[in-house]
Design a protein around this ligand. Structure first.
Ligand SMILES: NC(=O)c1ccc[n+]([C@@H]2O[C@H](COP(=O)([O-])OP(=O)(O)OC[C@H]3O[C@@H](n4cnc5c(N)ncnc54)[C@H](O)[C@@H]3O)[C@@H](O)[C@H]2O)c1
Length: 256
């Protein structure tokens, strides 16, 4: 086996800051959005995050509809409902407001409403066919309200495949949100149990990254585009992972 000699950092587009959620309406105007589907966790509709996003869209006169039939720990069936909604309203853009469950639902809705296909076509093999996504999707702005999954930065959508009782996903760089707006004000309503689980998610991701097989001990693909999203530990991800571990130790108990 020939070991790989390269890794690639594909940076995500993230805006970070207290109150940054209020800017989402302006972002949509700048993207020339004509009609936006807001996919939101139902429990956030009357909380700070939901109110701030919808106010911002109204202020900027963005035409939008709301889909809130999101399931926590989404399934193929709950994805299907969001896909139907996204395909019905002539939407040219999406906003996701919620935790990983909601952001992943919005990614699937964006994918299948842009490139309709049998559901299993894009799902990871061996459960699905693992077909590549044919091209770029509609703009998706992801506004996380938990602080663990990092779904606002990843090209992954995870769900439970009910029939096979499996947890699997869809993975492709085109699934990555166009912009992630990370605003600590949105996590202020989190129940402490969710804050602690999200913190343990950060801890696990950091430990996993830091202890993963290094990129240069992995098989070298024939073509650079075949390098997987999770390509092994490397000197850049080591810096992020170690800093994330320090932050968890320093702040998790206070956040909970
Ligand atoms: N796409 C990725 O890269 C990625 C990575 C890791 C995990 N995931 C997936 O993300 C999902 C888990 O997401 P999660 O941990 O962010 O939580 P979640 O979206 O499942 O939400 C957890 C709970 O918190 C509530 N909630 C969320 N934000 C809130 C807020 N601000 N105030 C009050 N309540 C709030 C929700 O209603 C829900 O009850 C899993 O399905 C997991 O597989 C995805």
């Amino acid at each position: 086996m020939q070991f790989d000699t390269a890794f690639q950092i594909s940076a995500s587009n993230v805006r970070f800051g207290q109150g940054a959620t209020r800017e989402v309406g302006m972002d949509l105007v700048e993207m020339s959005a004509k009609r936006t589907l807001v996919i939101i966790d139902p429990s956030l509709l009357d909380l700070h995050a939901g109110n701030t996003v919808l106010d911002s869209l109204r202020k900027q006169r963005v035409d939008f509809a709301v889909f809130s039939d999101v399931r926590v720990e989404p399934t193929d069936a709950s994805f299907a409902a969001a896909i139907r909604a996204a395909g019905e309203g002539d939407f040219d853009s999406l906003v996701a407001v919620g935790g990983g469950s909601t952001i992943d639902t919005a990614k699937a809705a964006n994918l299948y409403s842009t490139y309709p296909a049998d559901f299993l076509d894009y799902v990871n093999a061996p459960i699905g066919k693992g077909l590549p996504i044919p091209g770029p999707l509609k703009p998706l702005i992801a506004i996380p309200t938990t602080a663990g999954t990092g779904s606002e930065t990843t090209g992954v959508a995870i769900f439970d495949q009910l029939e096979q009782k499996a947890k699997t996903g869809i993975a492709h760089r085109y699934l990555k949100p166009t912009l992630g707006i990370v605003d600590a004000e949105n996590t202020s309503s989190l129940p402490s149990a969710v804050a602690s689980c999200a913190g343990l998610d950060v801890l696990s991701h950091a430990l996993e990254s830091y202890t993963a097989l290094p990129y240069d001990k992995r098989h070298q693909p024939k073509h650079p585009s075949e390098r997987p999203a999770y390509q092994g530990a490397n000197p850049i991800s080591d810096i992020w992972a170690l800093r994330a571990l320090e932050i968890v130790v320093e702040y998790l108990i206070r956040a909970v």
